[in-house]
Design a protein around this ligand. Structure first.
Ligand code: ADP
Length: 163
């Protein structure tokens, strides 16, 4: 059986930080599934379909990467995929508390699930989807933070304030 890793998240939108984690994850599995969450409690700029399209576009050259949307519990998605391993990115300390809670909550739901944390390259340590959305709104250059395709879609969504 193929060693599958699931990389869940909102990806609103995908950034170079996410791509960094995908590339690292690919080194330790045979197939990586990016699971785009449609959490109804989280308001997103891009719809679930748009987030999936953006991810598919920027990972199209990566062999062994699949992009899928999911709703409901992550443990149920894992079961459907016959997977056990989840990968998450760990940035500056801010991620730690939340990730710790998620691991424990998921473990209660499914004992056999394991989460692997990976640190991105230093350049992406403070990069988040929220940050790039804010920067676009202010008219700042975000070319080092996300691929051109995503940047263009962001600019279409957020008409920035010009002085
Ligand atoms: P969520 O809403 O699930 O936190 P995100 O899209 O914000 O979804 O993040 C998905 C995953 O990618 C999380 O594990 C997050 O820590 C990780 N991640 C996001 N940005 C970066 C980055 N710049 N470097 C490393 N990991 C990141």
């Amino acid at each position: 059986m193929k060693k599958i890793i699931i990389y869940p998240g909102s990806f609103d939108p995908v950034t170079y930080g996410h791509l960094d984690i995908i590339e690292r994850g690919l080194k330790i599995c045979e197939q990586l599934i990016v699971a785009v969450s449609s959490n109804p409690l989280k308001r997103t700029l891009f719809s679930i379909e748009e987030r999936v399209i953006l991810l598919k576009e920027v990972t199209k050259k990566m062999k062994n990467v699949q992009v899928e949307k999911f709703d409901g519990l992550l443990v149920d998605f894992l079961k459907r995929k016959e997977a056990r391993i989840v990968i998450r990115g760990l940035r500056a300390v801010s991620d730690f508390e939340y990730e710790f809670q998620m691991v424990l909550a998921n473990r209660r739901l499914n004992e056999s699930m394991e989460t692997i944390f990976m640190m991105p390259s230093e350049s992406y340590f403070y990069l988040s989807s929220s940050l790039i959305k804010e920067l676009v709104a202010l008219g700042a250059d975000i070319s080092g933070y996300t691929p051109k395709f995503v940047e263009n879609e962001l600019k279409r969504k957020i008409p920035y304030a010009q002085s």
